[in-house]
Design a protein around this ligand. Structure first.
Ligand code: PMP
Length: 366
């Protein structure tokens, strides 16, 4: 009986592994201070806005046609931004790096295959696995959230994963992974390795990127996004660099015309203004370090962070702290291991509001 009107979700013949699942996402609440999803708090400048508006107008005039399916001009611009001698055919792009990594799992995961990551880590990884019928396995990080190479290699030998996903800097901990560790993982992994560098631009200056290892490892891919440092979260543009054959594999699973003409046009404008889009990165790094120092000064545990957020704790009742902050107009993220909370680096005013609110919440409960 397909025709029952207005069924409840439970009445629908959902795949069993999706029963009871919630759509992923932090609460999107209308509060004065949003420090919950690691955005860049500084909006694009007026010149970028004007240029993007003109580019959208031009794209609109051809919007009766499908967009350029391979987004070659945009991929060439992204390759130029990355440097390292990369060209358009080394670069893949999609609607956020979430979609990029879903493509990786669609191409290299699947039934009977597995993906290995290092917990705690980005909570979308198990969702890419679930949605592609790939088995998700984790190996734990050390107490300080760094990776122990020997343990990682043992996990690889044990699981023989088809895909290894390593976030560096990691979310929600902020932990960067050294290239020596990435190299060891690449040597040991029987399948493909993805280093998710969503937060790379926030790493301490001089931190090398896994892009340096691409010439050595044909099964390595480095994922990036314009959502964080690039202040383009609403534009939805993520990308990846790898050997051209790796990119060809992703082209097989992408939907045709997955990147709209508007997305391509606006992302190209943003890239043409890269310096301006990235202008606040140094300030955000400083805000992160100040935040970590302030939290430590108040006696909290703080994970070393190379990203634009800080994981801190530990609280017997972290939800009460999260709620207390929200009651004071400050939204942070209840994520990571039990007892910890994550807060994004923001503007000076946002950081002041967070510090004031946290002090009040903890004084009130003392
Ligand atoms: N990787 C990591 C580690 C992230 O934290 C995020 C965003 N929270 C993403 C990937 C995905 O970002 P986007 O889809 O906006 O590129």
């Amino acid at each position: 009986r397909a025709g029952t009107a207005a069924p409840r979700l439970a009445d629908l013949p959902l795949r069993p592994e999706l029963a009871g699942e919630e759509p992923y996402g932090a609460p999107q609440l209308d509060v004065p201070v949003c420090l919950n999803v690691n955005e860049n708090p500084y909006p694009p400048g007026e010149q970028v806005v004007a240029d993007a508006a003109a580019a959208v107008a031009a794209a609109m005039r051809g919007l009766n046609r499908y967009p350029e399916r391979d987004a070659l001009a945009l991929r060439a611009d992204l390759a130029g931004y990355l440097g390292h001698g990369l060209t358009a055919d080394h670069v893949w792009a999609a609607n956020g790096s979430n979609e990029v990594m879903l493509h990786v799992l669609q191409a290299f995961g699947g039934p009977g295959r597995s993906v290995l990551s290092f917990a705690p880590t980005y909570s979308m990884y198990p969702e890419y696995a679930r949605d592609t019928h790939t088995r998700f396995v984790t190996h734990p990080r050390r107490d300080d959230f760094t990776l122990d190479v020997d343990g990682c290699l043992a996990a690889i030998a044990d699981q023989r994963p088809d895909v290894v996903l390593v976030a560096s800097p990691n979310n929600p901990t902020g932990t960067a992974v050294g290239l020596d560790v990435v190299t060891a993982i690449c040597r040991a992994a029987p399948g493909v390795v993805v280093v998710d560098e969503a937060y790379h631009e926030f790493a301490r200056p001089g931190t090398p990127s896994a892009l340096e290892l691409l010439p050595e490892f044909g099964r390595l891919a480095v994922s990036r996004t314009m959502s964080k440092a690039f202040a383009f979260a609403g534009g939805r543009l993520g990308y990846l660099a790898a050997a051209p054959a790796f990119v060809d594999a992703l082209r097989i699973v992408r939907l045709p015309y997955h990147l709209s003409a508007v997305t391509q046009a606006v992302a190209r404008v943003a890239l043409a203004h890269a310096r301006e889009m990235l202008a606040q990165v140094a300030a955000l790094r400083a805000a992160r370090d100040d935040l970590a120092g302030w939290l430590r000064g108040r006696g909290h545990e703080v994970a070393d962070s190379d990203a634009n957020f800080v994981l801190f704790g530990r609280f017997a009742d972290r939800h009460a702290v999260w709620q207390g902050l929200l009651d004071r107009g400050v939204l942070i993220r209840e994520t990571g291991p039990d007892g910890w909370l994550r807060v994004s680096a923001g503007t000076p005013a946002e950081m002041e509001a967070f510090k004031t609110a946290l002090t009040e919440v903890l004084d009130a409960s003392a």
